[in-house]
Write a protein of this length. Structure first.
Length: 336
């Protein structure tokens, strides 16, 4: 099977996954709270107001009909109107999503930059004191919950040393850069706004580090295990017996083959970062999808919850697709 056919087959598998996730989320959200009209309209709403809200969101119709109306609107670009903010859900997601992409992207870069080298050197120093120190470092990251790391970093760097801000994307008084992508670091870099670039990077340090500490540990652990397994292969012993330099054997032959497992776990790390943003963004008051999710759940904002679910589902399935394609590209046996 060629790579193009492999990609086409993976794309087709996205459709049932997407339908299943949206249907389960829709059913669960409407069964848990079957009549959220009072929460949306207020306890003092008149019967006419309650009836109008119920008719607008088809709450009096059977549940399959409600799901049909929702999916029809979703596929035509109408993601619904939030009954809490009275704004289109899609426009709110477009407002909050760039902040989450910026935060998750920074955390992923930190995870890869530190996780892969630490995993490689831990494998090369297997059984030595340096290996034990590195393993203690990333095992601590795995064992520490993100909310605890976030609070500890805030306490240490924002309140004791006062060298990093504890919340927000910019300091008070600074205006966001000209909107291009919605990511402050990227937009300020594109527009040459160096003051905002420096300030946005400083605000990004603590939340990105909090997210990265967990995912970096997973990447380092998998890289170490894969590297140690690869070092025991026959082709590595053959390369050594030919007299190739140690650096060539380790990094050109061993690391290249060990990275196939690391690529898979990087895709999994992206999904962990998305789930971690819900907690981290709430603690650091980072105005992204995570904070938007929290407020939507607390206010029973079902259209927004469904919109967030759709975004997360699309990110997860396409991340899996990219991961599978990268894995198939590195290892042709996968697509066969």
């Amino acid at each position: 099977m060629g790579l193009s056919r492999y990609i086409a087959r993976r794309l087709l598998l996205i459709i049932p996954v997407f339908l299943a996730v949206t249907f389960m989320t829709f059913v669960i959200s409407h069964v848990v709270v079957p009549n959220p009209v009072l929460a949306w309209g207020g306890e003092k709403s008149s019967p006419a107001t309650i009836a109008a809200i119920a008719a607008q969101y088809h709450l009096n119709d059977p549940l399959p009909n409600q799901y049909y109306y929702y999916m029809t609107g979703l596929l035509t670009g109408n993601w619904g109107i939030s009954p809490v903010t009275h704004l289109p859900v899609l426009s709110q997601i477009e407002t909050y999503l760039p902040a989450t992409i910026e935060l998750s992207g920074a955390a992923l870069i930190l995870s890869v930059l530190f996780g892969i080298p630490i995993g490689v050197f831990s494998a090369l120093w297997n059984g030595k004191k340096k290996d034990y120190s590195l393993r203690l470092l990333y095992l601590t990251g795995i064992a520490s919950p993100p909310f605890l790391l976030a609070l500890l970093l805030q306490l240490l760097f924002s309140y004791f040393f006062r060298i990093l801000p504890s919340a927000g994307r910019l300091s008070p008084g600074l205006q966001p850069p000209t909107h291009i992508t919605g990511m402050y670091t990227v937009d300020s870099l594109l527009t040459g706004n160096w003051v905002v670039l420096q300030n946005s990077l400083v605000h990004l340090i603590l939340p990105a580090t909090t997210l990265a500490l967990f995912t970096f540990a997973i990447i380092a652990r998998i890289t170490r295990s894969s590297m140690m397994e690869t070092l025991d292969k026959d082709f590595i012993r053959t390369a050594k017996s030919k007299g190739l330099p140690r650096r060539t054997v380790m990094f050109r032959h061993a690391l290249r083959n060990a990275l196939t497992s690391t690529v898979t776990v990087i895709g999994f790390a992206v999904q962990l970062l998305l789930s971690g943003t819900i907690v981290v963004e709430s603690i650091f008051f980072w105005p992204g999808i995570g904070l938007y999710t929290t407020t939507s759940v607390l206010s029973l904002d079902f259209p927004s919850i469904m919109g967030i679910t759709v975004v997360f589902t699309l990110v997860v399935v396409f991340t899996n697709l990219v991961t599978d394609v990268a894995y198939a590209f590195l290892d042709p046996r996968v697509r066969l």
